[in-house]
Write a protein that binds this ligand. Structure first.
Ligand SMILES: NC(=O)c1ccc[n+]([C@@H]2O[C@H](COP(=O)([O-])OP(=O)(O)OC[C@H]3O[C@@H](n4cnc5c(N)ncnc54)[C@H](OP(=O)(O)O)[C@@H]3O)[C@@H](O)[C@H]2O)c1
Length: 431
């Protein structure tokens, strides 16, 4: 981690650059991104400010994340990268990993010793490893379970200023290498900003510690949420509320459980330890009061009967409708924790109708998991149902008689190349 190049020009890259400069003692930190309508604001702000960037915070407790620094080198276009970079940090959306890596010249790629995936999905590490294997290069590939916080542009537009509104208490990490040198440096970096880094035995284990993997498909790929996303509902609907304010029903909880079970079947087949979903949700993500769910129920969740598991998952969502640790008002009202609106489709900067990040990014994730399940010969009826429900909706919107130009997010895709590369690596991993 001496010469570190951040790939991506989103808010996460800016925040990461600030903490790398502040705490990691890198010789040089660079940023590269594609030229696009969105990145134009970012590149021009850097040019106007002599490559200076700033990260602000919303809560004083996150003060170590804030700072200002100069980026040593900025490249517009992945094909324009120059110099030697020993570490690449991939901070682009997961579905773009191959697109981005393939644009970088082989000369640059050959000097890379380590690549860090900031927000991968299940299988991303295998994918990136396969990319380097095909070039006969042995590169350390590190996966975080998820991005360490919540970071957005300071104003609505991309620029050189970001705002971090929250940071995670704990994230997970795994590497393809036995040497712990880079992981130790990342651990020290996380410690500086107050985040616990839990080291897993393998990258895929870190990739499975991502709550979105388990909850986004059931919460978004159902007729109720899709209606809200695609503008067929005239009142606001909320992601984490019970029906009819939100999508959470008896059926959704049942799908959430079987979806988790189908992912566990994949882990089992690859030889990876299963995850206690309820424990992960409560202990590693959002705690509930002990009065709501007992410790015994949390610990014994995987061994319980289906109906008991569904009951506990339903309680978990009801226990978090309000923030159970917030201070109530005089009237006894707690913070409305579940009031996260379902975002609707919107017109993007290119003037095309686009789909919000959730479920746009979940589509890639679930198609990859579906591809892995198929490759391993496992049936995955719930996953298949989510995919079908979502794709049917995409077709419906595409076929609607409209003049509006649609973004790529409306294209039904198979991601065959990515699935094939991932499965090749799984084959080697299993044997
Ligand atoms: N921000 C957060 O708080 C947060 C929290 C959790 C997880 N994450 C995840 O972390 C990742 C990065 O987040 P971010 O907020 O920095 O994201 P972002 O602003 O959406 O985009 C990051 C970068 O990805 C690039 N990109 C997207 N599609 C691409 C493609 N097909 N080819 C090449 N480049 C492409 C974007 O380029 P353009 O600007 O040209 O589109 C941009 O440079 C995302 O996967 C996000 O879901 C972020």
């Amino acid at each position: 981690m001496e010469r570190v190049l951040l790939l991506g020009t989103g808010p996460t890259s800016v925040q990461l650059a600030v903490i790398l400069k502040k705490y990691a003692y890198c010789d040089e930190v660079g940023i590269v991104g594609r030229a696009s309508v969105r990145s134009e604001g970012f590149f021009s702000a850097l040019e106007r400010n002599e490559n200076r960037i700033q990260a602000h915070i919303q809560n004083q407790k996150d003060e170590n994340m804030q700072g200002e620094c100069s980026i040593d080198q900025v490249f517009c276009g992945y094909e324009t990268i120059k110099g030697t970079w020993d570490t690449l940090i991939l901070a682009v959306t997961t579905d773009a990993y191959m697109d981005v890596l393939q644009q970088i010249s082989t000369e640059i790629v050959r000097n890379v010793k380590c690549i860090v995936l900031i927000s991968p999905t299940f299988g991303s590490n295998f994918l990136v490893k396969s990319f380097f294997h095909r070039l006969q290069l042995n590169v350390e590939v590190i996966s975080f379970s998820t991005y360490i916080g919540d970071t957005r542009w300071m104003t609505d537009n991309p620029s050189n200023h970001v705002l971090t509104t929250a940071i995670k208490k704990k994230v997970f990490i795994g590497s393809t290498s036995n040497s712990t040198k880079t992981i130790d440096r990342l651990d020290r970096l996380c410690q500086q900003v107050g985040i616990t880094l839990e080291k897993m035995g393998s990258p895929i284990e870190a990739e499975t510690r991502n709550i979105s993997l388990y909850v986004h498909p059931p919460l978004f790929m159902n007729p109720f949420s899709l209606k809200a996303i695609f503008g067929e509902s005239d009142v606001t609907k909320y992601v984490y509320k019970l029906f009819p304010e939100g999508p959470i029903t008896q059926k959704l909880i049942s799908d959430l459980r079987t979806h988790w079970q189908e992912i566990m079947n994949i882990l089992n087949k690859i030889g990876i330890e299963e995850i206690n979903l309820l424990k992960f949700m409560i202990d590693d993500n959002y705690p509930v009061r002990l009065e709501s769910i007992s410790r015994h129920d949390i610990e014994s969740f995987p061994q319980l009967q289906v109906i008991h598991q569904e009951y506990l998952l339903y309680i978990r969502y009801t226990a978090l409708l309000i923030d159970p640790f917030s201070k109530p008002s005089k009237e006894g009202k707690y913070f409305d924790f579940s009031a996260v609106p379902i975002r609707q489709m919107f017109v993007n900067r290119e003037g095309e109708l686009d789909i919000p990040r959730m479920p746009k990014e979940d589509y890639y994730r679930i198609k990859i998991i579906q591809g892995i399940a198929q490759y391993l010969g496992l049936s995955s009826p719930t996953i298949d149902k989510f995919v079908e429900t979502y794709e049917t909706k995409l077709k419906e919107v595409t076929n609607a008689d409209s003049e509006q130009k649609l973004s790529n997010a409306f294209v039904i895709q198979e991601f065959r190349d990515d699935v094939q590369m991932i499965c090749q690596e799984i084959e080697q991993y299993v044997n």
